[in-house]
Design a protein around this ligand. Structure first.
Ligand SMILES: *[C@@H]1O[C@H](CO)[C@@H](O)[C@H](O)[C@H]1NC(C)=O
Length: 171
């Protein structure tokens, strides 16, 4: 009995050490993670916001999470975001129901810039868009007849409300 009591501090020490070690391991695994409930695609984390907002409010929310509205730099990225979006909506064929991307020409007409600072090399405008110097913010318009056409862009009034994704690099 006496020897059992003497062993208790040793057992506590071992147990504490074990918990401490396993936490240490969990943390190293988490050096490249997305926040809880965000989706990881490649080197990025995405979160969908179905609650529709004005362009600048949407971008501000993304900034608070350490991200931006997504930039779309090529067909593959366009498709990634479109496929994620399709997973969130009941009917992906409803025209004019799509989402903000991080492109706008608010500073100078027709000088489009991504909110995340990526240089603009790729465009995917819907035919006859952009069509207005008043419409400074860009949405995926979801018009068209197939997945490729539905990913095309439209310039819209920044004060219109749209759903959106936030994207941040994996950290
Ligand atoms: C431009 O397109 C929008 C739809 O995004 C439409 O409502 C508007 O009337 C068009 N403006 C012009 C000048 O054609």
């Amino acid at each position: 009995m006496a020897s059992m009591i003497q062993k208790i501090p040793l057992m506590v020490l071992l147990l504490t050490g074990f918990i401490w070690l396993s936490e240490g391991e969990a943390c190293t695994k988490c050096t490249k993670c997305c926040p809880q409930y965000w989706m990881r695609v490649g080197e990025y984390c995405y979160q969908y916001f179905g609650n529709k907002m004005k362009f600048h409010d949407a971008e501000n929310i993304c900034n608070r999470f350490g991200g931006n509205l997504p930039s779309i730099r090529n067909e593959e990225e366009s498709n990634t975001i479109y496929q994620l979006w399709k997973g969130f909506v009941d009917d992906s064929t409803i025209v004019f129901s799509a989402y903000w991307i991080g492109l706008r020409d608010t500073i100078q007409v027709n000088k489009y810039e991504w909110t995340d600072g990526t240089p603009v090399h790729y465009y995917n405008w819907y035919p006859a868009e952009p069509n207005s110097s008043d419409e400074d913010c860009v949405e995926v318009v979801n018009a068209g007849y197939n997945d490729d056409e539905r990913q095309q862009w439209n310039d819209a009034l920044c004060d219109q409300v749209r759903s959106f994704f936030c994207r941040k690099p994996l950290n």
